[in-house]
Design a protein around this ligand. Structure first.
Ligand code: ADP
Ligand code: GLC
Length: 473
């Protein structure tokens, strides 16, 4: 049994702003079948504290970045969790990273350095008696863990997974001493990023292995166009970097068992869900495909391209239903669409996201970059054909309809490239053509629903990586 401490700032269903939470929440169960005992260290946000069952104090922490704290051990939503109960850092209204006005919390560097500090202390055996053989860190919020483990000579190996290189955990260099970073490590071979301190870079430099969430993104990250200034660091670590595709939690996302939808196991169950969704959203019947989007509304997701290309869908009798929240300008642009065949819901709504994915004919993911992407995987599982940009994990998970793939009856969706409004519009037009050919469409739906999207091979890949690092076979 390999013991792994997972360190992430989100974990579904306890706290979620995006796909990181789904992945961190699903991995422990996925890895359990591979002989891995995984415990998840989490900040004690209000929603996390409220969900704890049988919480027991593991250790008192006298002072943690400005106040006293405790480490608790508990179960929560079926997970074994270790939680940092530090009210001065985590007991706040608002999100994990943003205050109620949508601004970054000013002390984010301290809050996540605290997460890393506690992780390293657990790994070193300084807090409680459970000690992991290895620490698996996710994104910049856990970026200082590999640094502390290495510099404190703990001998405990670490893996850092990059879910999104756009978020780098930048803070002024002057904070280095407070964060426990030695002066000798502040140069460009250490944590320095264009004059600032990057907590992500600390992880990229000091972790024993690096992974990201799809093979294509692993390659993209080493190129200037995608590496966001860290491509050189990743090229230098090419031998230690690999892409392991995310899976989805089939217990939560399967149309046959999903409590939020009218259960179905074949595409024949979709029209009832589509009719219910139209009724819920006030959309009329339509001759074209009902396209859905469930997304953060940010530059990354390319939804401004959809605004531009939308007439190509609507002119063909198609419809759009969008659920999302994020940048105010994008929220306003979508909310302002005055079209009978468009329904927009601004906000975050887990249950509605399931109904939209079950009720849609197609799901649109026009991202400019996408490390993995989960909603296209949900779409496959629900026979909701993904129309995606050709990038990152979207390239690795969708088999695009081409004359060849249609002839071989393997196509599961559509991909477009270059990532611009014209190519997206052309793909929307092709989508309408395919939708108008019911035999082709239902063949693609069946292909999509049969496409493997669970954790199986990826859980095995992580287990092999852990075994490699801990010397266990
Ligand atoms: P990212 O992590 O970049 O946001 P992913 O596709 O990996 O993208 O994961 C997004 C996750 O967040 C999915 O589980 C998706 O269903 C969910 N999600 C995004 N926006 C919303 C929303 N407005 N309401 C409900 N769920 C959402
Ligand atoms: C990030 C990426 C997304 C990925 C998710 C989970 O938020 O933007 O592509 O699916 O992490 O790994």
């Amino acid at each position: 049994m390999t013991r792994v401490l997972s360190v992430a700032s989100e974990c579904a269903p306890l706290v979620k702003t995006g796909g990181l939470a789904d992945v961190a929440g699903a991995m422990p169960a996925a890895l359990a079948g591979q002989g891995v005992e995984m415990r998840s260290l989490l900040p004690g946000y209000p929603t996390v504290m409220a969900a704890l069952e049988e919480a027991t104090p593991v250790a008192a922490i006298g002072s943690l970045f400005g106040g006293p704290a405790r480490l608790l051990g508990a179960r929560a939503a079926g997970l074994e969790v270790l939680v940092i109960d530090a009210p001065h850092l985590f007991d706040r209204a608002g999100g994990p990273y943003l205050d109620p006005e949508g601004q970054d919390w000013p002390d984010n560097a301290d809050r996540f350095a605290a997460l890393a500090r506690v992780a390293a202390d657990i790994a070193a055996g300084r807090l409680g008696d459970w000690q992991p053989d290895l620490v698996h860190c996710h994104d910049w919020q856990a970026g200082l863990v590999p640094y502390y483990l290495r510099r404190e000579n703990t001998g405990v190996p670490s893996v850092l997974t990059i879910h999104n290189i756009a978020f780098q955990g930048l803070t002024p260099m002057e904070r280095a001493a407070d964060l426990g970073i030695a002066a000798a490590d502040l140069d460009k071979d250490g944590v320095e990023y264009w004059g600032q301190l990057s907590m992500l870079k600390a992880g990229l430099v000091f972790a024993d292995r690096l992974t990201t969430v799809s093979p294509t993104y692993a390659e993209e990250l080493m190129r200037p166009a995608f590496g966001m200034g860290l491509d050189g660091v990743l090229r230098a670590r090419r031998a230690d970097l690999r892409g392991i595709l995310n899976g989805i939690d089939l217990a939560a996302w399967s149309p046959g068992t999903d409590p939020h939808v009218r259960s179905y196991k074949t595409p024949r169950g979709k029209p009832a869900n589509r009719a219910a969704l139209r009724a819920e959203l006030g959309l009329p019947d339509a001759p074209g495909p009902l396209c859905v989007v469930v997304s953060r509304l940010t530059e990354q997701k390319g939804l401004d391209l959809l605004l531009e290309a939308l007439p190509r869908l609507l002119d063909r009798g198609g419809q759009l239903a969008l659920l999302g929240s994020g940048e105010p300008a994008l929220e306003a642009a979508f909310a302002g669409l005055d079209e009978a065949n468009v329904a927009v819901r601004i906000g975050y709504d887990e249950a509605l996201s399931h109904r939209m994915i079950a009720g849609g004919d197609a799901i649109l993911v026009p991202s400019r970059f996408e490390p993995c992407g989960l909603t296209q995987l949900y779409g496959l599982r629900y026979g909701t054909l993904p129309l995606v940009a050709l990038t990152g994990g979207l390239a690795d998970t969708v088999i695009p309809a081409t004359p060849a793939t249609l002839a071989r009856q393997v196509a599961t969706g559509l991909q477009f490239h270059p990532i611009d409004a014209e190519a997206l519009g052309n793909a929307l037009s092709t989508l309408c053509d395919l939708f108008a050919a019911p035999d082709l469409w239902s063949r693609m739906q069946r292909n999509a629903m049969a496409h493997p999207v669970g954790w199986g091979p990826s859980a095995a890949a992580y287990a092999a990586l852990y075994a490699d690092l801990t010397g266990e076979t």
